[in-house]
Design a protein around this ligand. Structure first.
Ligand code: DC
Length: 217
């Protein structure tokens, strides 16, 4: 039977770290759907269109060819023939992704790609709407969350380790704002599926979270 595991939750809950480990353990591929929304956001930024202009947005989305490839088990996102993996984690792209991922045209296109990938492979897929919308038959569905301060602190530690100056309060405020946008958008908002298992990682180590999820499978 195919392995289809959904891991949803807010930013910074540890989804990608955990999904990667679980995928490795199960010999499945890890799919980071956020990276697809980020690649689309990069394309929209480069196109300089007004994303509130529906017609322009539809045309732009239609001309974006987003695909993913795996290099040594790591997902790489390609945009119109260019590997954009190293370009999608900037603040500018994060902000645009947070706004453009609320647009129907963007979601329809990327959900189609996500479903196709799950048809062809055993997958552990992370995102915001995987259990509720993209792969409603996934088993198990995990909703990973953590206190906003804890999530902000993890991001703060990551940035500080890279030598980037940052401020914990600002990071937390930003995280809360993005959560609100993800939760309150009309299309496929961030929500725990009825049959999803809630895992609060605030006081858990990565190893403990991984073990918990493996024990649920
Ligand atoms: O997980 P992330 O921060 O890389 O996601 C980037 C953006 O895309 C974020 O604003 C939430 C959005 N997103 C989404 O709406 N649906 C998904 N399945 C994955 C991400």
């Amino acid at each position: 039977m195919a392995t289809v595991i959904a891991i949803d939750g807010p930013a910074g809950a540890g989804k990608s770290t955990i999904a990667k480990l679980v995928a490795k353990e199960l010999n499945a591929i890890y799919i980071d759907t956020g990276a697809m929304y980020r690649a689309m956001a990069l394309y929209l930024l480069r196109s300089h269109i007004d994303i509130e202009d529906e017609k322009a947005l539809m045309e732009c989305v239609a001309s974006a060819d987003i695909s993913i490839r795996f290099v040594d088990g790591e997902q790489q996102v390609w945009l119109n023939g260019e590997n954009v993996n190293g370009l999608i984690r900037t603040e500018e792209v994060s902000s645009m992704a947070s706004v453009s991922s609320a647009k129907g045209a963007v979601r329809v296109k990327l959900v189609e790609l996500q479903r196709k990938l799950a048809e062809d492979h055993d997958v552990v897929m992370d995102g915001r709407d995987i259990g509720t919308h993209v792969l409603p038959g996934a088993k198990p569905k995990i909703f990973l969350t953590a206190d906003s301060r804890v999530r902000a602190k993890r991001r703060y530690d990551e940035l500080t380790a890279r030598g980037e100056a940052c401020d914990l309060d600002t990071i937390e405020k930003d995280i809360i704002e993005r959560d609100e946008r993800d939760k309150n958008r009309e299309i496929s908002p961030l929500r725990q599926a009825e049959d999803a298992i809630l895992v609060d990682t605030s006081d858990m180590t990565i190893e403990q979270v991984k073990e918990k999820i493996i024990s649920l499978i």
